[in-house]
Design a protein. Structure first.
Length: 233
C-alpha cells in the first residue's frame, strides 16, 4: 500500500473541449460507460493508494455527487473546493495540501498513467529533495514537449517551449513545505515549477510508458483506442 496522499486536480473549466464540457466537468466524461474519474480511481486503487484528495472547482457539485453516490468505502476520498474564486492549479494544490501528510503526489485530473508510482516515490525519498516531476521523452509526439532535464533534474519548464524533448508526465511528488513557503493563494503550478528550477530543486523521474490524457480531442480519441485495445486483447 501507498500511505501518502494523492491530490487530483479536478477544477479546470476544460475550455479546449467545448462544447463537450459545457455542463459536464472533464472528470465526468464517459468512456465505455464509466466516467473518467472512475478510471483514475480504479488505477490508483490497483497501485495501492488509499487516500485521495480531489481538488475541485468548476462544476464541483457534480463530481462530489458522483463520488458520494459511488460509495468508495474502501478508499478515503476527501474534497478540497476552490470556493468562490478559482485558485489556479498551484493555489488549488496549496489548499488541498492542508488535508495531506508531509509528502504527497499531485496528479492532473485529465491524466491516465500506466506508471510505477511506487518507484517514483522511492526515488523521491532517495533524492533527499522536496519536489520531483515525472517526465517522458516525448520529442513532440503526443503534445508539445515542455521540459528539459539534466543531471537528474528538470532544468527547463515552458508550456510554449521550442526544441524541448521531454514533457511533463502529469504527476509530481512534493513535500508540503514547498507550498507553505508561498504566500500567494492564487497561482499556477508553472510558477512553482519554475521557482523550484531556479533553485535547482526540481528532481526528474523519467517515465517509460506513454501517458494518456483527455485534455484535448486527440487525447480523448487516444484514450478511447487504448481502452478498446485493452478490451480486445
Amino acid at each position: 500500500m501507498i500511505k501518502e496522499d494523492i491530490i487530483i486536480l479536478c477544477g479546470g473549466e476544460a475550455t479546449r473541449l467545448m462544447p463537450l464540457t459545457g455542463d459536464t466537468p472533464k472528470s465526468l466524461i464517459v468512456f465505455e460507460k464509466v466516467p473518467f474519474i472512475e478510471w483514475q480511481i480504479r488505477l490508483l486503487q490497483s497501485n495501492g493508494f488509499e487516500n485521495i484528495i480531489l481538488a475541485v472547482g468548476h462544476l464541483s457539485e457534480k463530481i462530489v455527487r458522483f463520488i458520494i453516490r459511488k460509495k468508495y468505502f474502501e478508499l478515503n476520498i476527501r474534497f478540497s473546493p476552490d470556493g468562490d474564486v478559482p485558485l489556479g492549479t498551484g493555489g488549488a494544490v496549496k489548499k488541498a495540501s492542508e488535508l495531506a501528510g508531509d509528502n504527497f503526489f499531485v496528479m492532473n485530473g485529465d491524466s491516465y498513467l500506466d506508471f510505477d508510482f511506487r518507484s517514483m516515490l522511492n526515488k523521491f525519498y532517495e533524492s533527499g529533495g522536496k519536489a520531483m516531476m515525472a517526465v517522458y521523452k516525448n520529442n513532440g509526439l503526443y503534445d508539445l514537449s515542455n521540459t528539459s532535464i539534466n543531471g537528474g533534474k528538470v532544468v527547463c519548464y515552458d508550456k510554449n517551449g521550442k526544441n524541448l524533448d521531454y514533457i511533463d508526465y502529469g504527476i509530481s511528488v512534493f513535500n508540503k513545505s514547498v507550498f507553505t513557503d508561498i504566500s500567494e493563494k492564487i497561482f499556477d503550478m508553472e510558477k512553482l515549477n519554475n521557482r523550484l528550477i531556479a533553485n535547482n530543486g526540481l528532481y526528474a523521474f523519467e517515465a517509460q510508458n506513454r501517458f494518456y490524457e483527455i485534455g484535448s480531442f486527440q487525447g480523448i480519441n487516444d484514450f478511447k483506442n487504448f481502452l478498446k485495445g485493452r478490451s480486445d486483447g
